[in-house]
Design a protein around this ligand. Structure first.
Ligand code: FDA
Length: 529
């Protein structure tokens, strides 16, 4: 066959695919109209590319501009259900017309899996399902998946200043993705993960059934608390246990440069932070500076901390266990727990709590990866990291180390799908940001990240090299496009996120979604596939 013949066949095939997908999408919309209840018309919850508000509906919750380029695949339809029946209708019609569904709560997925797919797809956006009910008498709350962590914290504080919840640091994160992937924040050493504090959940499964903990059964309830929600159904809401926090906590940030012994102090931190009193959480943020001013370069380690108590107790504790940091009274600020949420999110002290209700976030392109540390990293190996901060691509980069221990060590590896528990010193997150557009800039920065990750290999967990599912990283392996991926292939990334729990996740998936309707590049595959 001549080249021109090949091109002709290709063009024919391409227009056929376009036609089929256009039909799918029209049939899908027609199906939704037929299914919808008369008093709940779907027109006000649907966005298609022909709507003037389609772009803003899509992009308001894209948190990584790496996934909002002209060539990024776009959804055929965005559905923003107002209630359970509209989720059920969406799932029914999507299955009938073979369109993939991506569920989006806060849109923070690091690889954009909640709003990008290589197959024709619709986004089921939980934005309208964000109700929060706080029950201070029983120390519980029901929170819908479309709520943000900021909204949750705000409404808890509105009812009580001595109750809190152990979840993430950034206030715009969506509850749906965060809880289903584990979810951690500054209370993790005291109370574990968000997922460890979930008491019940409401979910719609592939058959459209509305299930609670009792009717879904303990296997499925186990799977959605750390196994990633996207493989199992649409989680509508969560019942959570609120935790006691003192009326006053103390925060501090102490910054050390290399010339102030940052490397030695960081090395020592690995022995102190996971073993110290569980009321104390000290994370470290490593940043570079001065790569342009050759000869004047440094790396800074910011020891960023919260203590669940007053500074009168914190100072002697630090003096005894971590004198190397040199913490003094002037470094410490006492405040309420809810103010500490603002402090960690980077707001000024005294700022109104209303900022927690703000859903907008300044976005850039970024790439991230994670690691778990089980043996202290030697000082010489830490020294070996610093030169990467002086490379051009690292202008806007950060490495964040979070200490484990405390409550995290007491929960067994199999209690939830999240397996990184006893024996973990801490977790590392590597992040690089950039604002230049285009694939060349993306490649350059991603390559920098991969070099750093390769450098770290000898010093972090191995067999498997553990990773955190909420810091999604498609470099560690992915499923095939379409419905079929072998267990062996999926185990490559699956054991990194879940260790031995991966097998139980596959079992649960096989029972509840055997045809693999709920799927993405890193969804749990059912056994028959
Ligand atoms: P998004 O809507 O993108 O969903 C993520 C995944 O969950 C997707 O696969 C999606 O399909 C699925 N999903 C979402 N809602 C669902 C539902 N209702 N039912 C079923 N599946 C659903 N993490 C952390 O533990 N601690 C932290 O402090 C931070 N900080 C942080 C800051 C910033 C700026 C970012 C971008 C991210 C974090 N994270 C984090 C990571 C965050 O926890 C992770 O990206 C969550 O999955 C985000 O949840 P969203 O609902 O926002 O994401």
């Amino acid at each position: 066959m001549k080249l021109s013949d090949y091109l002709f066949v290709f063009a024919l095939l391409f227009s056929f695919l376009l036609l089929t997908s256009a039909h799918n999408h029209e049939d899908f919309l027609q199906c939704l109209t037929l299914q919808s209840e008369k008093d709940k018309p779907i027109s006000n919850i649907i966005y298609t590319p022909s709507n003037s508000s389609y772009s803003s509906a899509l992009n308001s919750y894209v948190r990584n501009t790496r996934f909002s380029t002209p060539s990024t695949p776009k959804p055929q339809v965005i559905v923003t259900p107002l209630g359970v029946s509209q989720i059920q209708e969406t799932l029914y019609c999507a299955q009938k017309h073979r369109i993939q569904v991506r569920v989006r709560s806060g849109g923070h997925d690091y690889e954009g899996l909640s709003f990008v797919s290589p197959e024709p797809f619709v986004i089921l956006d939980m934005i309208n399902l964000r109700n929060i009910e706080i029950d201070v008498e029983n120390n519980t709350a029901w929170v819908q998946s479309g709520a943000t962590l900021g909204e949750l914290y705000y409404w808890i504080a509105n009812k009580s200043r001595t109750l809190g919840f152990p979840a993430g640091v950034c206030q715009t994160i969506g509850v749906g993705g965060h809880f289903s992937g584990g979810g951690y924040g500054t209370l993790l050493r005291k109370y574990g993960l968000a997922a460890d504090n979930v008491l019940d959940a409401h979910l719609i499964d592939v058959k459209g059934r509305f299930l609670d903990r009792k009717s879904m059964g303990e296997d499925m309830f186990w799977a959605i608390r750390g196994g990633g929600g996207a493989s199992f159904g649409v989680i509508v809401s969560w019942k959570i246990k609120l935790v006691p926090v003192p009326a006053n906590v103390t925060v501090f940030t102490v910054r050390k440069g290399l010339e102030q012994n940052a490397t030695k102090i960081l090395h020592r931190w690995q022995y102190v932070a996971p073993n110290i009193d569980r009321d104390l959480f000290i994370r470290v943020l490593l940043t570079g500076s001065g790569f342009v001013q050759y000869g004047n370069r440094s790396v800074h380690a910011s020891f960023n901390s919260i203590y669940l108590g007053g500074k009168d107790k914190l100072l002697p504790l630090m003096q005894k266990s971590f004198p190397e940091l040199g913490l003094v009274s002037e470094d410490c600020i006492e405040m309420s727990w809810i103010q500490s949420i603002l402090y960690f999110a980077g707001f000024q002290n005294g700022q109104s709590l209303d900022v927690l209700l703000n859903r907008s976030l300044t976005v850039n392109s970024y790439k991230a990866k994670s690691d778990y540390v089980r043996q202290p990293i030697p000082e010489a190996a830490l020294e070996g990291i610093w030169p990467s901060f002086f490379e051009k691509e690292a202008q806007s980069s950060v490495i964040i180390l979070n200490p484990y221990g405390g409550r995290m060590s007491e929960v067994s590896e199999s209690a939830t799908p999240f397996p990184h528990r006893a024996g973990v010193i801490g977790k590392i997150q590597y992040l690089v940001y950039w604002s230049e557009e285009g694939t060349a800039a993306t490649k350059k920065h991603v390559r920098w990240m991969r070099r750093l990750y390769a450098y770290m290999a000898p010093y972090v967990s191995n067999s498997p090299r553990e990773a955190y599912i909420n810091y999604r990283d498609l470099d560690i392996g992915k499923n095939n496009k379409g419905r079929r991926t072998s267990l062996r292939q999926a185990s490559i990334w699956g054991t990194k996120y879940f260790k031995n729990n991966f097998q139980r996740l596959v079992f649960v998936k096989t029972v509840i979604d055997p045809t693999n309707f709920f799927r993405n590049e890193q969804s749990i595959p059912p056994l028959s596939f």
